[in-house]
Write a protein that binds this ligand. Sequence first.
Ligand code: X2X
Length: 341
Amino acid sequence: MTSTTRLTRRRLGLLGTAAGLATALPLRHAAAAEFNFKVGTNVPASHPLNTYLTRAAEKAKEATEGRFELQIFPNNQLGGDTDMFSQLRSGALECFLNSGVNTLSTLIPAAAISGVGFAFKDYDAVWSALDGKLGAHLREQIGRSGLVVMDRIWDNGFRLMTNSVRPIGQPDDLRGLKMRVPVSQMWLSLFRALGAAPTGLNFAEVYSALQTRVVDGQENPPAIISAAKLFEVQRYASVTNHMWDGWWFLMNRRAWSRVPAATQETVTRIVNAACLEQRAEIAQQNTSLRGDLAAGGMVFNDVDQAPFRERLSSAGFYREWRERFGEQPWGLLEETVGRLA
Ligand code: X2X
C-alpha cells in the first residue's frame, strides 16, 4: 500500500462516510469476455509489434461483440523470453510472439533457419520465403510440436550492430568485442564465426547490460534501438544487415481449441491482416529512423557485406548449419535466396 492510499483511508475513516469509500473504488461496467487471451511480447509498448497487436485486439473485440479479447503485455512484463515460452507451453500464457531463431528453436531447431547470416538480401526475398514454401514447412514443424502458429510472421527487421567501442567496418573490428545476442545457438555461432565474443541474454536484460558495460554491444533493427532507447547507451551503429528476423504469433493449443471455429476464423483473419500493416510500418521506420537515431547521438556507418560473408564461409558456418538443418529446409531456403556457401 502506498502512503497516499493509507492517508486516504485514514481520512475516509475520520470522515466516516460509507459513500465516500464507495466513490474511491474503481467501478467496472464492462462485462468479462468469454475468451481472454493474454499476449506476451519482449519489446516496449511503443514498438509497432505492440501498436499493431493492440489494433488487432480492438478489432477482434468489436468483431466478436466482446466475446474474444486479446490483452497485450508488452516489454517482458510477464518475464523474459525463456519464461514466456514456458508459460505458453504450460498454458499460463495463451499467446506469445517469438522469433524462430530465439527460444522457439530450442523446441523446433528448424525454426532458426530464417536467421542464417546474410541469407536474405531484401524484403522481397524474406516474404517470398516466409510466406511461401519455407514458411509453410516451418509452420508445419511448429504445429507438430503442439503449438498453434498464425500464418503470417510479424516483422522485426534487418539487424544492424551497435556498440560503444568502435564502428564495425570489417570482420576484424569485431575481434574481442563483447556482443549481446539472444539466447540462441544460431546467434552465438554467427558471432563466434565472425570473431566476436558473444553472450546470450534475453532482451529484458539488454539495456542494463549495455549501460553497466557488462557487454560492449548488441545487434537489432532500428525500430528496436529506438523504442528501447538503446541509443542512450550505445554510440556506433554499423549497418551490417547481417540477419533478418521476425516474430511468429504462437498460441497454446488447448486454449485455442476451446474457441469456436467461427470465432477462430474471425480472430485469425484480423491478426494476419494487422501483421501485414505492421510489416509496412516497420519497413518504413527502419529507413526513416536513421536520422532520428543520429540526432540522438549515434554515429552510423554503411558496411560492405562481402568480407563478412567470406569470413562465415571460411569459418565453415554455412557448411555446419546446412548439416544441422538438413537438406530439406536448406533447399527451401536456397530456392528463394540462391546458393549459400
Ligand atoms: O532479443 C532480441 O534482440 C529481439 C527483441 O530482437 C528478439 O526478439 C530476437
